[in-house]
Design a protein around this ligand. Structure first.
Ligand SMILES: [Zn+2]
Length: 206
């Protein structure tokens, strides 16, 4: 599976692949405020390293969990950033997430984001002069990558590409990277298909 695309299982037990479209949006999938804390994936720094090795961070250079090293404090900062996402992103998509109080970006949020961007995963040349990523990647570099990603979206006209899946009872949020900018669903396998089936039923019952 492409790094950053995640296999999710709905409450109905059905699995589907979801591509959040960006690293910042992907972080939302790793857990969140109650009632979403039951999906917490980043319980320990080891859990976080394993999760990050499959994330958008590995899109350009493959990563192993050993390539990502976080301290407890760095993991806490990353989760603090994630809670900003939960508050700020839903209103920008025009949608609502049950149980989450939406809100604007505060001065404190901006300060956290702006101070985070200085650290970011660095490229380097290996012994053969070939580009690779410098490892280990620290927790602050992970946060920096997510913060840069977020800024490039919400600080520009790209913000209009933040979406919430149009499926009923689906609150999955993504950054639409499709060329025409017309992505509507978390995944065609799931909500897209249900919509098609729904249309079909409507047509055949009316
Ligand atoms: Zn959906």
């Amino acid at each position: 599976m492409k790094p950053g695309a995640r296999r999710l299982t709905g409450t109905d037990g059905v699995s589907h692949t979801f591509d959040p479209g960006s690293f910042a949006l992907e972080l939302i999938l790793s857990g969140g405020p109650p009632p979403w804390d039951r999906y917490e994936t980043l319980r320990t720094t080891t859990d976080a390293a394993a999760w990050l090795a499959d994330s958008y961070l590995a899109a350009d250079f493959p990563l192993t969990p050993a390539d990502v090293r976080l301290t407890e404090a760095e993991l806490e900062r990353l989760k603090e950033f994630r809670s900003i996402l939960w508050r700020v992103v839903p209103p920008l998509t025009g949608g609502e997430v049950p149980g989450v109080t939406p809100g604007p970006l505060t001065a404190a949020d901006r300060a956290l984001i702006n101070s985070a961007v200085a650290a970011t995963p660095a490229p380097e040349l290996d012994d053969h002069g070939v580009l690779r990523r410098r490892t280990p990647i620290t927790g602050d570099q992970v946060l920096g990558a997510a913060a840069r990603d977020l800024i490039a979206i919400i600080g520009t006209d790209q913000v209009s590409r933040l979406r919430m899946c149009e499926g009923g009872n689906c609150a999955l949020m993504f950054y639409d990277t499709s060329r025409p900018g017309n992505r509507r669903w978390c995944s065609m396998q799931r909500c897209g298909n249900r919509h098609k089936v729904g249309n079909y039923r409507t047509r055949h019952t009316t």
